[in-house]
Design a protein around this ligand. Structure first.
Ligand SMILES: Cc1cc2nc3c(=O)[nH]c(=O)nc-3n(C[C@H](O)[C@H](O)[C@H](O)COP(=O)(O)OP(=O)(O)OC[C@H]3O[C@@H](n4cnc5c(N)ncnc54)[C@H](O)[C@@H]3O)c2cc1C
Length: 246
């Protein structure tokens, strides 16, 4: 848990300030709210957004892309997918001025400062926390080797990172499924890794994360402890990760 429980409300009111298309399949939503400056947001943190749904509200989890306490700003990046539940519907339709409730941020994967090098890999949804972590690393340890690869459907779906941070490569699955993605598995198996003891961060579709973890441990010499995994969605599992036990 990364927030001071006693001082923050469990339901944080927020308002949409701006919405923009990052790519044709991803939208960025800027939120402002009175509690935003006090939130403790570690790189890669996520929070629950209570989005409108047919029966009232649905809880959906989103990574914090940017947190700017000085301007009370919190930005999310939400992938628009065809199966489209309430999270996607909100991202497609929301407009400046809309109100929404947030829950305080939590953190599952954190940067390992002791690692000799860092590896990032994931799909578009995983790229949101991982590129935010990659940017934090660039600020705190600019010389530390960073390797990685992300996967999107096509070149036009590649999500740009934060300005001034060196980019990592993308591979494309085309019309293939993002579930248990062979394209990403092959790309991670082929990464050119430096010597030493590294840390790896994986995020995105659940089965892809599991298989990538296996490749890193069984083929690339990582220990189980040095691979940090954040599954973010799974076919047929609406509201993945939004349970009370996450
Ligand atoms: C820790 C954590 C961090 C997350 N961070 C982000 C983030 O920064 N950006 C982001 O976009 N998402 C993120 N997610 C995923 C997000 O919580 C939702 O699962 C996603 O937006 C789908 O919500 P929905 O309401 O549209 O669909 P749901 O109602 O949840 O699901 C409807 C159907 O869509 C399928 N589905 C869900 N996601 C995808 C997808 N990407 N591609 C294809 N089918 C899919 C589901 O399997 C289900 O069958 C994160 C999840 C977790 C657990």
């Amino acid at each position: 848990m990364t927030y001071p429980r006693r001082t923050l409300r469990p339901n944080l009111p927020a308002r949409v300030r701006e919405v923009r298309d990052v790519t044709g399949s991803m939208r960025e939503i800027d939120l402002v709210g009175p509690d935003v400056p006090r939130l403790r947001v570690r790189p890669g943190a996520h929070l629950v957004v209570r989005v409108p749904a047919d029966d009232g509200e649905a809880r959906r989890v989103y990574s914090v892309w940017r947190h700017d306490p000085a301007s009370s700003l919190l930005s999310l990046r939400i992938a628009l997918h065809d199966a489209g539940g309430p999270g996607c519907a909100w991202a497609r339709k929301t407009e400046p001025g809309d109100r929404v409730t947030l829950e305080p941020p939590r953190t599952k994967i954190t940067l390992d400062d002791s690692a000799a090098f860092h590896v990032f890999a994931g799909d578009e949804t995983g790229a949101v926390p991982l590129l935010a972590m990659r940017a934090a690393l660039h600020r705190s340890a600019p010389g530390r080797p960073v390797i990685g690869v992300f996967e999107s459907a096509s070149e036009s779906d590649e999500m740009p990172g934060l300005p001034g941070v060196p980019a990592l490569p993308w591979v494309h699955r085309g019309r293939a499924s993002a579930v248990a993605s062979r394209v990403l598995l092959r790309a991670v198996a082929a990464l050119d890794l430096p010597a030493g003891s590294g840390a790896a961060y994986l995020a995105g579709e659940s089965e892809t994360c599991r298989l990538l973890q296996r490749v890193l441990i069984e083929q690339r010499g990582f220990s189980r402890r040095s691979v940090h995994t954040q599954p973010q969605w799974q076919p047929g599992r609406p509201g993945f990760g939004a349970g009370t036990d996450d």
